[in-house]
Write a protein that binds this ligand. Structure first.
Ligand code: XMP
Length: 514
């Protein structure tokens, strides 16, 4: 048993995700829930201490159970996990200055090429890593030595080989630390794990669990046309056949031609019973005058549930509502298991659920990350073209229209987005990009076209690479591509006279604008 003690980092789940890629399953528990007594009575084989938003220098901040360090088992501390480990074992941590976010490079400490969990690193003389920290360790606990340093983190990689304690200031679990996987793999090997977990097994297990949960009750599934809800629908259909009816809510915030596509695909191609609910008047009406992102999300979430309930009543006797909720939705929306994460965005498919909802939930993808959902979709025989579609958020274009949403802006946004995606497909870049879209900005700027003055909206193009949506980097288009795309949008889309390209990574940005 590998135990991850969670201090509330936004990316704690990724540690579990990486371990799963290595076919090792693990348990994540919030730090408050793990006691000294429990650890002593039933010690895990190894422990990973996650990152977290707090500062160990603050009085009353989270700590690992002290008994952990007397069990004789390997421990790996990440970011906050490193800091609390140092503090608890007699080192020192300082707060405030030298914050470091994003890419950094670690150089080996003099005399070190790395060993233990750092074996196989520094092949090019340095290691690229992803940092996200405000505090840093300034004195090592007894028994530790430095393996690697970065300009802002003198103790970026440290180890006590005798006790098998390892710690890093950066995040080895994110995709943007290229050799993070090697470190985790080394740690597993060192702790004596051998992996035996697979996706084919997951499918059979998921079908069994859905049948067990649902029995012979009716289920309605909110189909958005995205990969997640589609995979959920096909999986549930495999499990319970026509006990499932899909409800496709058209909230008026979809992309160009999307509604027709979804209806054709599921009704005609998959033969899954489907209700097409055109509720755009309702949604756009309620969103009138709303510009706060959280209010938008909550409004859309609330209406979604209302509409579902209405259609559930029409179908008659549906007891369950199925949703394609993923792990990342769960982590960023609620504190995991009552754990310490800070809410960044309340994703509508989780945060907006009213307590008194009359339907029980079936969420068969709740434990999966995006790339795992795609693998499951392939496993279920969904076409590659469909599985390869970029993710599209539940609140749709509402969160790509910062400020007030109007029909006029939505129309302009749809057209600009269609041109942009067409450009990306024509250049053969679609599959290299995790997500690409246009956001229409709540600002008009002056331009000149022909001999006339224009006063139209500005828009921002967004394209990011990512593996799981948890961290992301902007896509490095050529200037020629960007220039050509800007020209096409301005020429083909009436209402836009200025195009910008968003080059923010996540963190510190998020992928969507709201
Ligand atoms: P952010 O903007 O948080 O987005 O970096 C991460 C990924 O999640 C998608 N996203 C959502 N998906 N409901 C969803 O189903 C939501 O409310 C929501 N908000 C963001 C986003 O498109 C990206 O893929």
């Amino acid at each position: 048993r590998l135990l991850i003690i969670d201090f509330g980092s936004q990316v704690t789940q990724l540690i579990a995700r990486r371990l799963r890629e290595l076919n090792v399953f693990c348990e994540i528990r919030p730090y408050q829930a793990v006691t000294d007594a429990e650890l002593r009575a039933d010690p895990p084989q190894a422990v990973i201490l996650s990152g977290g938003p707090d500062s160990v220098t603050r009085e009353g901040s989270p700590r690992a159970p002290q008994a952990l360090f007397d069990l004789g088992i390997p421990v790996f501390g990440i970011c906050y996990g490193q800091q609390t480990m140092m503090q608890q074992l007699g080192g020192r941590v300082e707060a405030g200055h030298h914050a470091e976010y994003g890419r950094a490079f670690i150089a080996p400490a003099p005399g070190h090429t790395g060993d233990g969990i750092f074996a196989g690193l520094f092949a090019d003389g340095r290691e690229e890593v992803w940092m996200s920290h405000g505090d840093r360790v300034t004195a090592l606990a007894p028994g530790f030595e430095v393996i690697g340093t970065s300009p802002n983190a003198p103790y970026a990689m440290i180890a006590d080989e005798v006790r098998r304690f390892y710690a890093v200031q950066f995040h080895p679990e994110v995709h943007h630390t290229p050799n993070g996987r090697t470190m985790l793999e080394n740690f597993l090997r060192l702790a004596g794990f051998t992996g035996d977990w697979t996706m084919a097994g997951y499918r059979a297990e998921a079908v069994r669990r859905i049948r067990e949960q649902v029995g012979d009750a009716k289920v309605i599934c909110g189909l958005s046309g995205g990969v997640d809800s589609s995979v959920a629908a096909v999986l549930i259909h495999e499990a319970i056949g026509d006990q499932l009816t899909c409800v496709f809510v058209d909230h008026g915030l979809l992309r160009l031609g999307e509604a027709e596509e979804v209806v054709t695909m599921f009704r005609d191609h998959y033969n899954i019973p489907l209700i097409h609910a055109d509720e755009s008047e309702l949604f756009l009406g309620e969103l009138e005058g709303v510009s706060d992102p959280e209010v938008k999300r909550k409004t859309i979430g609330r209406l979604f549930i209302d509409v579902f309930q209405k259609h559930a009543a029409e179908i008659g006797g549906a007891e369950f509502l199925a949703q394609g909720t993923l792990y990342p939705d769960v982590i960023e929306s609620v504190s995991f298991s009552g754990g310490p994460s800070v809410t960044i965005k309340s994703h509508h498919n989780v945060g907006g659920l009213p307590e008194k909802m009359g339907l029980k939930l079936v969420e068969p993808l709740r434990e999966l990350f995006k790339d795992e959902v795609r693998a499951l979709g392939r496993e279920l025989g969904l076409p590659d073209r469909f599985i390869g579609r970029h993710p599209f958020p539940g609140p749709g274009l509402a969160i790509r229209c910062p400020g007030e949403i109007t029909r006029e802006k939505l129309d302009i946004l749809r057209k600009a987005d269609a041109v942009y995606i067409d450009q990306i497909r024509k250049h053969g870049l679609y599959d290299e990009i995790w997500q690409a879209f246009v956001a229409i900005l709540p600002v008009r700027t002056v331009g000149v076209m022909g001999d006339g003055r224009t006063y139209d909206f500005a828009c921002a193009l967004r394209a990011v690479t990512s593996v799981d949506g948890m961290t992301a980097d902007y896509y490095p288009f050529t200037h020629q591509f960007l220039g050509e795309t800007a020209t096409r949008i301005i020429n083909e889309v009436k209402g836009i006279n200025r195009v910008t390209y968003d080059i923010t990574s996540k963190p510190p940005g998020t992928i969507e604008w709201e």
